[in-house]
Design a protein around this ligand. Structure first.
Ligand SMILES: [Zn+2]
Length: 320
């Protein structure tokens, strides 16, 4: 993709308390009113520690650019986690010409059926930028991939939702060249979005919500000018109302990322991205994109911002 320092968050303590209390409260509830068939829990907590372990596991693979052995290892990790969440991942494989010759790209996706016809797609690219050094991409893109995997687990284990949720792990977001020159970028998202358009499925998709670079230890989501304005208000506004205001409403920027591919086929889309990684984005695409510059707390905050926004989004569509 192309383009405020503040106090450290204190959510870890709270969420850990929640997690300690949750089994006790659940046991109480179940003891008092457990029906014959065990219900799915109303809400399952987003666990940043679990997401953090997934970030570290991806970083340990090493570089993961499109077409590499590392990318395949990353896909196996994604599929393992989706299956553990009770989902059935499928691969969408295609070949495309690039400045480095033809490459095989592979998107990985899993659907969680809802009660209605609408669909919401949550996306994250998992490929890392090809660079002439050992680039591990802790923030770009292990962080967003880890958060999306944890979101898939939480949403699949939680209440039945109206829309079908598609969890989409996108290959080939990064430009093969060092510079971002169209069409050398967003290979996987363009392929998927164009397929939705060509099959008529895009009319069912109410929103595409992209996560990218959400691991920055100093997390503050950018206000991207291309993102759908209503979705920006839903996600940033809900975060603001729930005490996470310092992590949203960052600087306004024009961010070219995978959401552009979905906007191009008429799907309302938003990029939840912090495009200020280090002072003046100085850690981006450098050897400073390492776990030490990310935090589990940020993964948890990003996950909660997404979940709270999705709740509001679902109610918003239900009213229409
Ligand atoms: Zn990147």
């Amino acid at each position: 993709m192309l383009l405020a320092r503040h106090a450290r968050p204190s959510l870890t303590t709270l969420s850990r308390m929640d997690r300690c209390l949750l089994p006790f409260l659940c046991a109480l509830a179940l003891a008092s009113c457990r029906p014959e068939t065990a219900p799915r829990p109303a809400e399952v907590a987003f666990e940043e520690d679990r997401a953090w372990r997934l970030l570290l596991e991806q970083v340990a693979i090493g570089p993961r650019p499109a077409g590499s052995a590392g990318a395949e290892q990353n896909r196996l990790l994604i599929e393992r986690e989706l299956r553990a969440a009770g989902l059935a991942p499928v691969r969408e494989t295609f070949r495309a010409p690039t400045p480095a010759g033809e490459i095989e790209f592979v998107n990985v996706l899993a659907d969680l059926p809802g009660t209605g016809d609408d669909m919401v797609i949550l996306g994250s690219h998992y490929d890392t930028k090809r660079l002439p050094f050992h680039f591990v991409g802790a923030n770009d893109a292990a962080s967003n991939t880890a958060v999306l995997l944890e979101l898939a687990r939480v949403i699949a284990a939680g209440r039945k939702r109206g829309p079908t949720y598609r969890f989409l792990f996108i290959d080939g977001e990064e430009a093969v060249r060092e510079q971002w020159i169209d069409p050398d970028n967003t290979y996987g998202s363009r392929h998927h979005a164009n397929k939705l358009r060509d099959t008529g499925m895009s009319a069912r998709v109410r929103a595409f919500v992209l996560l990218d670079m959400v691991g920055d230890a100093d997390l503050r989501l950018t206000r991207d000018v291309y993102s759908d304005r209503r979705l920006v208000e839903i996600f940033h506004g809900t975060a603001r109302k729930n005490g996470l205001g310092k992590h949203v409403d960052g600087p306004s920027m024009d961010v070219r990322d995978d959401h552009i591919s979905f906007l191009a086929v008429g799907i309302p889309s938003i990029d939840l991205i912090d495009f200020e990684y280090g002072p003046r984005n100085s850690h981006w695409h450098t050897d400073q994109d390492v776990p030490e510059n990310c935090s589990a707390d940020s993964l948890g905050i990003a996950g909660r911002i997404a979940l709270m926004g999705l709740d509001v989004l679902e109610k918003d569509y239900a009213r229409r």
